[in-house]
Design a protein around this ligand. Structure first.
Ligand code: SF4
Length: 249
């Protein structure tokens, strides 16, 4: 399909998805044809999506980026979730040679030293594995919500991702955290125990801290950086990550 067609398709999907419930949105995504991939971080939003995929046996590949720096609680939750729903969550790891090259240039924990070093680490541990995970995909499903941060306030239900040439669907775009919590409680969805310890958003262990009262949900991610729009590069175009050259992805 051409760029113009995909862009128009995303616009049309955006309108159709708005009127559906979560199961309906995922059913529509699964019906679009081609490989449909859901990337889960095992965070609470993603667990809700996995729950609905598992319950309905939707033909959607569930994958995760096993960065090698995840919390043990997150790693344990991958297997727990697979067992609960009888699905496979395919793990995508960084390449050993990329980690060695990063460590040689910046030091294993060099991400604390500069934004460039941090983006480079996310590049090898997340962005490159994501590219492998999405290889051949027509549809990419994410758990992004508008309420997670100011940077995500305009998240649509569907958008054309020109960089990856696919349609990205965000079926929880309009959900708030109260609605997420209700479903998790009502349907006993397995979640990361760190959420109860002040971690609404959970990434790699060295780069995530608990938030303080009044802070935004993603304030605990890369907290030492001042940029309010800090992201890992998975949901922003390359051009917005000046230190991540396309050739590194
Ligand atoms: S979140 Fe931290 S440890 Fe994880 S990939 Fe990014 S910089 Fe590296």
């Amino acid at each position: 399909m051409t760029l113009i067609n995909l862009s128009a398709e995303a616009q049309s999907l955006n309108e159709r998805l708005a009127s559906l419930d979560l199961a309906g949105r995922l059913a529509l995504a699964a019906s679009l044809g081609g490989r449909v991939v859901f990337t889960t971080s095992l965070g609470i939003e993603d667990q809700v999506i996995t729950h609905v995929i598992g319950q309905n046996r939707f033909d959607i590949d569930v994958v995760t980026l096993e960065t090698g720096r995840l919390f043990p609680e997150t790693v344990a939750l991958i297997s727990e979730t697979e067992n609960r729903y009888g699905i496979e969550i395919k793990r995508y790891f960084p390449l050993k040679e990329d980690i060695e090259a990063y460590a040689a240039q910046y030091g294993l924990n060099g991400f604390y030293d500069s934004v460039e070093a941090r983006h480079a680490c996310c590049g090898v541990r997340k962005v490159k594995p994501l590219a492998r995970a999405l290889s051949g995909a027509a549809i990419w499903i994410t758990g992004l919500r508008r309420g997670q941060s100011g940077n995500r306030a305009d998240t649509p239900f569907a958008e054309y991702d020109a960089e990856r040439n696919l349609i990205k669907i965000n079926p929880l775009a309009d959900w708030d955290i109260e609605k997420i919590n209700c479903l998790v409680t009502d349907e006993a969805v397995p979640i990361n125990p760190l959420h109860a310890r002040g971690y609404p958003s959970i990434g790699c262990e060295p780069c995530t801290r608990a938030i303080k009262p009044g802070e935004s949900e993603r304030a605990g991610r890369w907290w030492w950086e001042n940029d309010e729009k800090r992201e890992c590069g998975l949901h922003v175009p390359d051009a917005a990550l000046p230190s991540l050259e396309s050739s590194e992805l």
